[in-house]
Design a protein around this ligand. Structure first.
Ligand code: NAD
Length: 420
């Protein structure tokens, strides 16, 4: 039994079950399965931070690396009150498959701190981030493991991480983190990349389903970095975004929401539950709306089998990681609902993170148009590859994407000669 043979219901258990099914269909050897379903390295840190009122609070953080067969680890850092080591392990494994399916020379990692960043002042957030960075600096760095933003983190947090690591070195190491502000080596187009990549594959999947984008309807769960950009770009492609939500609730307007106005409202700190330009909807109502496309872009495990049975969208493009549980996946596959899987659909962020890393290492920066064009090229190529394999093997795009990814990681592992 592997060290992390997780309970089948845990996030890691679900990720491992998905891997096991893929390993079975690829006929991988037992030893290869043992290696790839396990995490390579896990660091748990507990560290004190001084609060603004002079008190101290102890935080817990994680950095987990799944696999480095194809290159240094890459993966986001999440600040969330319900974060667990199990989630981080599962997300690290997803990152390995995600970087492989779009053919980047990276392995997978994930990390984060158990905290609600909205309850911390800016100075508390900075002190916490700098201390956390120091704690995990044992295992991160431009050649080893390169963090990026995720839920609850963004360019400012990445800037503090880069600065802290640079202080340790005595010189700037911009390639140690991606998703930074452009002023310190961030890439043009990084902030919009996950939403942009998601939009590209959603439109390709619509084309393959014979759905015309013009006038087609879409609902987006989660109006953050991924969901709000995707909603904006789908609107620009001619679609009607009829519902969006954040953690405070959702709004619905059948004639279409004004996404640009909503984005400004959110940027000014507004909560969607308090937005006046539509009717209130619950999370569940939003997910079961009669729309052409549904984009879950909030968090994991938002859609159970029971909920999936009531969903009416023809296409689901997964902006979030693992928003469907395995029962939901089975229900939707039976019904013929097309799902563009997370490891492909939301890979735009890590693709431009790769571009950012390359630009930092070369100290040579690209214009936004070039970044977006190269992102599109990678997303189109990866989508077509996954779609063709799904057609060829009469399987789902999720299964096809996993097969391509696991095959690549297994090939790298094997050719390095470490395992039979
Ligand atoms: P974010 O923090 O910018 O936004 C998350 C949004 O989801 C917020 O609007 C929040 O209010 C909302 N939300 C949270 N719980 C919700 C719920 N139960 N119902 C409705 N809305 C809810 O985070 P993000 O970067 O946009 O990430 C969203 C998802 O996409 C996560 O699963 C993340 O792992 C994944 N992802 C992010 C990136 C990236 O580069 N940012 C890349 C790939 C995947």
């Amino acid at each position: 039994m592997a060290a992390n043979d997780a309970s089948s219901q845990s996030a890691l258990g679900i990720a491992q079950r998905q891997f096991d099914a893929t390993a079975e269909s690829l006929g991988l050897s037992e030893s290869m399965r043992c290696v790839l379903r396990e995490l390579k390295r896990e660091l748990v840190v507990h560290f004190p931070v001084e609060m603004d009122d002079g008190s101290f609070r102890l935080f817990t953080g994680f950095r987990v690396q799944h696999n480095i067969a194809r290159g240094p680890c890459k993966g986001g850092l999440r600040y969330h009150p319900n974060l667990t080591l199990d989630d981080v392990r599962a997300l690290a494994m997803y990152m390995t498959w995600k970087t492989a399916v779009v053919d980047l020379p990276f392995g997978g990692a994930k990390g984060g701190v158990i905290c609600d960043p909205r309850e911390l002042s800016l100075t508390e957030l900075e002190r916490m981030t700098r201390r956390f960075t120091t704690e995990i600096s044992l295992i991160i760095g431009q050649d080893r493991d390169i963090p990026a933003p995720d839920l609850g983190t963004g360019p400012q947090v990445m800037a503090w991480i880069m600065d802290t690591l640079s202080m340790h070195h005595g010189y700037s190491v911009p390639a140690s983190v991606t998703g930074k502000p452009t002023a310190i080596g961030g890439s043009e187009g990084r902030y919009t990349a996950p939403g942009r990549g998601l939009t590209t594959v959603a439109l390709l999947a619509m084309r393959d389903l014979g759905l015309d984008a013009s006038g087609a309807t879409v609902a987006v769960q989660g109006f953050g970095k991924v969901g709000s950009v995707c909603a904006q770009l789908l609107t620009e492609a001619g679609m009607r975004v009829v519902a969006v939500s954040d953690s405070t609730g959702g709004i619905h307007r059948e004639s279409g929401l004004d996404i640009a106005a909503l984005r400004s409202f959110k940027e000014e700190g507004g909560k969607l539950a308090e937005y006046g330009g539509g009717d209130r909807v619950s999370n569940e109502e939003l997910l079961t709306l009669d729309v052409d496309v549904l984009v879950p872009a909030a968090m994991e495990a938002q859609i159970s089998g029971a909920l999936a049975a009531r969903m009416r969208a023809r296409l689901i493009a997964e902006g979030a990681n693992a928003p469907l549980d395995p029962d939901a996946d089975a229900v939707l596959a039976d019904r013929g609902t097309v799902v563009v899987p997370d490891i492909l659909a939301n890979a735009g962020g890590v693709v431009v993170s790769y571009f950012e890393w390359v630009q930092d290492l070369q100290a040579y920066f690209w214009a936004a148009g070039e970044v977006n064009a190269r992102l599109k090229e990678v997303m189109v190529r990866s989508y077509e590859h996954v779609h063709a394999r799904a057609e060829e093997r009469t399987t789902t795009m999720r299964q096809a994407a996993y097969e391509i990814a696991v095959e690549r990681v297994a090939a790298a592992t094997e050719v390095r000669g470490i395992y039979p």
